[in-house]
Ligand binder design. Sequence first.
Ligand code: GLP
Length: 250
Amino acid sequence: MEVIISKTAEEASQLAGALVNNAVRNNPSLVLGLATGSTPLSLYKEMVKACRAGLDYSRVRTFNLDEYYGISPEHPQSYRKFMNDHLFSKLNIDLKNTHVPDGPAHCATYEAAIKAAGGIDIQVLGIGSDGHIGFNEPTSSLASRTRLVTLTQQTVSDNARFFATADQVPRYALSMGVGTILESKKCIMLCFGANKAKAVKGAIEGGMSQFNPASALQMHPDTVVFLDEAAAADLQLKDYYRWAAANQPL
Ligand code: GLP
């Protein structure tokens, strides 16, 4: 993994945004894997800014990592609605080219659609405070595929802030598997804030384990992790990551 530590989440998002926008510039029909949550919002702003400045997103195809199960796409907290509101409605993207998992019966079709698109070129990831990527909770098989999953109590309570009452938070979700994510050509994982420090430490410096599904990225040949100082706080080799970033081999 390449680990890039920035002073702020804002700076990290600008770097990640430049990476995504350049990739779209080089390949206008890029296939992007996208994530929800508060973390990628600043990255999405960078994409919108570039699009408003003339970058063409009309041929870009997208596949979202996950979706709650048990609420409709029109629900204010559905990930389809989140993506439409925060990104798709602000880009000149064709909504027909945007995909969000939409039911347990369609998991195999979702995987087939990713394959038919030629695979994911860049997968954007956040991390859960328990180390989940997408909704691959601890104990998810590192070979898992898109499927219906049960959320942990930790995730349900982390996400309760978006719902009026705790019992409205869905207990289930559809998620690309860890195996699906690992097939992406490039992964960029953004982790910000002190409440992610422990999961980040496990993902980057812990042994690879289904107890921290993000640690499976250690097996991925091209993953860049963008951190702010708070999320990097527990890393043992923090100084080395900074040094390595400043002294890239040619
Ligand atoms: C949800 C999503 C994840 C996301 C995580 C972190 O559980 N399924 O893909 O990474 O939240 O969210 P946040 O960025 O708001 O901390």
